[in-house]
Design a protein around this ligand. Structure first.
Ligand SMILES: Nc1nc2c(c(=O)[nH]1)N[C@H]1C(S)=C(S)[C@@H](COP(=O)(O)O)O[C@H]1N2
Ligand SMILES: [Mo]
Length: 570
């Protein structure tokens, strides 16, 4: 086809520019809807927004990721995806308005976005091959066609043809276009918008174009995109059904080694203090997965292999359940937790002792001559986490968890199997959606977060947090209960102290300890006097080490410093 764009007069009025922008937007919506439908059919993770978002996450420097987590918390993923959509929307508007004149270039531009999405999808660590490019490609082709045909409806046509008489079919209306844009004197193009009386054209209707065709095509695209979107949704739901059913069918066997009952006095029942056991629904979630992996337990496999593994293992979910299960209460903490932050939670985990499995494979601890000092866990979404082999084998309750607070792991928390290692930050220990365990060395392999500037080894730092009163609270004069939690997993908390303003440190009351792998609640009845006050807290672990006052960022191995809260007593 001849590139008619060149023949067009220079001036394109505001109405057509606006409709062009709208066309761009519609093309973008159509592209994404079709791409998501295709992704639902191929692999949800291969959708363009998820793929580009995932690529963006992987390329985000530690400091920026840290900033995003600090400002958006668990909503960081939502913010990222909305950001991508916002950028796409702006580009679509620009592309669309340009397409009024440069129709083919506009369509080609849409295809270019498809290439970006396809490249991102193919580059994901969990990519399964060429089919992952399909959603982006199919979506882009749909978007390009939409933009091309809508822009075609916006092309100027000879004034002799009454508006509304066209619309014989896609492309036909503009084939004879002579681009009579000349009537567009430039002064009163807005009359174009005002004169809805299609069919009658006076000399002031400057740019006749196929209005009816445009409206019909646009409406068709809107309806089609909605249908594609709905189809994608229900297809996605249908495909996740196998995994959901497999989770529903799981019956967790009674653990051979149950957790000790949490002492009644481990929970102080003070309003505002985090409950000792964090309900699953309230448990913090930190991961890079824009689509929560839905793994079917029936087809799930775990391989254990690598350096010093004399008998590699290949296990299914049922194989795991048939082993002796242990149950332990463990507090998990994220390295991205700010001083005073909420990325810590305690659950009763059910699982298989990791040390038993490794010993069965013939793995020896480095201190006993084993050649591997790093255990690299790999998840179905390509995440890698590296744990010191020594820690896993030193007698602590490191496990492959299948249960969380009495139910199979929720999908968000790693169904069907995740790792839990008391005492280590999540990013070096708590691999969710686990599928592969490789024995290797710290020298020969850097896992995901280490490549991005975080420390290779990251034991959890002693921390204490004031849960109540909240920052800037306005309690009444008199006794105010100051309370919160403190943790130093695998060492235990021995003392918590509270300071009011610049006063002396005063010992807080400690709730009963469950185990040294769990957090401990504390409380301090404060005789509050009128005015503004700063409350601070610090803990001492069982090794006798006082929590450091030194404030550090979360990067590279966890935030430190004392938590304080400013309140005004009335
Ligand atoms: N597959 C996978 N596992 C992962 C992560 C991840 O991004 N992907 N994040 C880790 C981090 S940083 C933490 S703190 C814990 C959080 O576990 P939770 O979301 O169940 O609280 O999971 C860990 N396991
Ligand atoms: Mo984390």
């Amino acid at each position: 086809m001849r590139d008619q764009e060149k023949d067009l007069p220079k001036r394109i009025g505001p109405l057509r520019t606006a409709l062009g922008a709208l066309s761009g937007l519609l093309a973008g919506v159509a592209a994404l809807a079709v791409a998501e439908l295709a992704a639902a059919a191929v692999r949800p993770e291969a959708g363009p927004v998820v793929a580009v978002g995932g690529a963006a996450i992987d390329r985000t420097p530690a400091t920026v990721k840290d900033w995003a987590i600090r400002h958006f918390g668990t909503n960081d993923k939502l913010v990222l995806q909305l950001g991508i959509l916002a950028v796409l929307a702006v580009l679509a508007l620009v592309l669309g308005s340009a397409a009024v004149r440069y129709r083919r270039s506009g369509a080609a531009g849409v295809l270019l976005f498809g290439v970006v999405g396809a490249v991102a999808a193919l580059g994901r660590p969990d990519s399964v091959g060429l089919s992952d490019s399909l959603p982006s490609v199919v979506g882009a082709v749909a978007g390009a066609l939409v933009l091309y045909s809508l822009a075609g409806r916006l092309r100027a046509r000879p004034a002799a043809v009454p508006v509304g008489a066209g619309g014989a079919g896609p492309g036909s209306a503009d084939s004879g276009s002579t681009d009579a844009d000349s009537g567009d004197s430039g002064s009163k193009d807005s009359s174009d918008a005002g004169s809805g009386n299609s069919g009658s054209q006076d000399s002031r209707t400057p740019v006749p174009f196929d209005r009816r065709g445009f409206v019909l095509t646009a409406a068709g695209v809107a309806v089609g995109s909605t249908a594609a979107g709905i189809a994608g949704r229900s297809l996605g739901t249908a495909k996740g059904k196998g995994a959901i059913a497999s989770r529903d069918q799981v019956v967790l066997p009674r653990p051979g080694s149950p957790a000790r009952a949490v002492p009644a006095r481990a929970g102080l029942r003070i309003p505002g203090v985090s409950p000792f056991i964090t309900p699953n629904a309230d448990f913090y979630r930190v991961d890079t997965a824009l689509v929560v992996p839905k793994v079917d337990a029936g087809t799930w496999r775990l391989r254990i292999h690598g350096k010093g593994v004399r008998r590699p293992l290949d296990l299914g979910f049922e194989d795991l359940l048939r082993r002796e299960l242990i149950e332990r209460t463990v507090t998990l903490t994220c390295v991205s937790n700010e001083v005073g932050g909420g990325y810590a939670g305690t659950a009763r985990w059910t699982g298989v002792r990791l040390a038993d499995l490794l010993e069965e494979c013939g793995v020896r601890a480095p201190s006993r001559g084993g050649p591997a000092d790093q255990l690299v866990a790999r998840s179905v979404d390509g995440m890698t986490l590296g744990t010191p082999v020594e820690d896993v084998l030193d007698g602590r309750d490191a496990m492959l968890a299948v249960g969380m607070n009495g139910e199979p792991l929720p999908f968000e928390h790693g169904f069907p199997v995740r790792m839990v290692v008391p005492g280590l930050y999540g990013y070096v220990s708590a691999c969710k959606w686990l599928t592969d365990l490789e024995l290797t060395t710290f020298d020969s392999y850097d896992p995901y977060w280490v490549k991005r500037g975080w420390a290779r080894r990251a034991p959890i730092k002693t921390q204490s947090r004031i849960d109540t009163p909240k920052p800037f609270a306005r309690p009444k004069e008199g006794t105010v209960m100051v309370a919160g939690v403190a943790w130093a997993q695998h060492r235990g908390i021995d003392k918590v102290e509270v300071r009011v303003d610049d006063g002396p440190w005063q010992e807080a009351h400690l709730a009963a300890e469950d185990t040294r792998d769990t957090w401990r609640q504390w409380s301090f009845p404060w005789d509050a006097t009128k005015g503004g006050h700063t409350l601070s807290v610090r803990a001492t672990d069982r090794t006798g080490r006082l929590q450091t006052e030194r404030r550090t960022r979360t990067v590279p191995d966890g935030a430190s410093g004392w938590h304080s809260v400013v309140v005004t007593v009335g």
